[in-house]
Ligand binder design. Structure first.
Ligand code: 13P
Length: 229
C-alpha cells in the first residue's frame, strides 16, 4: 500500500494484441466490481481497437471506476488514411491513449516526430496521452505530463528493472520536464513486485503488460498498490 491521500496513482493494463471481445468482456465482469472507488486511483484498460466499444459499454453499464484507453492512435485527422484510427473518432469511446510504445517504435518504425503528432491529435480530442520512453534521452513532446519509463530489457522478459533504478530515471525525467510530470514504470510488473516500485513515492504508477491479461493478477496488482481502499 502506497498511500493515495495526496497524489494520483495510475495502474494501466496494456493488453497489447490480445483478447477477443468475449474474453475482454469476461475480464471486465471480473475486474470491474473489484476495483476500489478512490478518486486518486486511476485504473485504465487499453484493449485492442476491436474491443474498445464493447468494453466502454460494459464499463458504463457496470458503473466501474475504470478508464478506457487505446494503445495507439493516428497522427492524422479523419480522412483518406486507410487503416488508421483517428482520435476524432476514438474520442467517442476512450479518454486515454498510450503513445510511442517501444513495440510500435521498433516493429512499426514510429519516430519521435510521429509520437509528437499523435500526442497533438490526442490532446486536440481531449484524450490523455501517455508517452512511453525507453530512457531519459528519448524526447518527450511539450505539454505531456504523463510518461512511462519502459526499459527494453524488462519488457516481456520477467526481468524487471529495480525500483531504485526506475526511481532514479523518474527523478531525471522530472528534472528535465518539470516536477508536475507523472512518471510510470513498465516492464515485467507482477502482483509480487508491483508495490515495491511505488514505495519510494517517486513513481506515479505502473504500466502492466502480460500480468494485466489475467483478471485475478491484475486485481491483485491494484490491491497491492491501493491496499484495497
Ligand atoms: P510486460 O508487463 O509484459 O513486461 O509488458 C510491459 C509493457 O510493455 C507494458 O506496456
Amino acid at each position: 500500500m502506497v498511500g493515495l491521500e495526496n497524489k494520483n496513482i495510475w495502474i494501466i493494463a496494456n493488453w497489447k494484441s490480445n483478447k477477443t471481445i468475449k474474453e475482454a468482456l469476461e475480464w471486465i465482469e471480473l475486474v470491474g466490481p473489484r476495483l476500489p472507488k478512490n478518486n486518486n486511483l486511476k485504473v485504465v484498460v487499453c484493449p485492442p481497437f476491436t474491443d474498445v466499444e464493447e468494453v466502454k459499454k460494459a464499463v458504463m453499464v457496470g458503473n466501474y471506476p475504470l478508464i478506457v484507453g487505446v494503445q495507439d492512435l493516428s497522427p492524422f485527422e479523419v480522412g483518406p488514411y486507410t487503416g488508421e484510427e483517428s482520435a476524432a473518432i476514438l474520442k467517442d469511446f476512450v479518454d486515454f491513449a498510450i503513445i510511442g510504445h517501444s513495440e510500435r517504435r521498433h516493429n512499426f518504425f514510429e519516430t519521435d516526430e510521429m509520437v509528437k503528432e499523435k500526442v497533438e491529435m490526442a490532446r486536440k480530442n481531449s484524450i490523455t496521452p501517455l508517452v512511453c520512453i525507453e530512457g531519459v534521452d528519448v524526447p518527450i513532446p511539450e505539454g505531456v505530463d504523463l510518461v512511462a519509463y519502459e526499459p527494453i530489457f524488462a519488457i516481456g522478459t520477467g526481468e524487471a528493472d529495480t525500483p531504485q533504478s526506475a526511481g532514479k530515471i523518474a527523478t531525471l525525467i522530472k528534472q528535465k520536464t518539470g516536477q508536475d510530470t507523472q512518471v510510470l514504470y513498465g516492464g515485467s510488473v507482477t502482483a509480487e513486485n508491483a508495490s515495491s516500485f511505488l514505495e519510494s513515492k517517486i513513481l506515479d504508477g505502473l504500466l502492466v503488460g502480460k500480468a494485466s491479461l489475467d483478471p485475478g493478477e491484475f486485481v491483485q496488482i491494484v490491491e497491492a498498490v491501493s491496499g484495497g481502499d
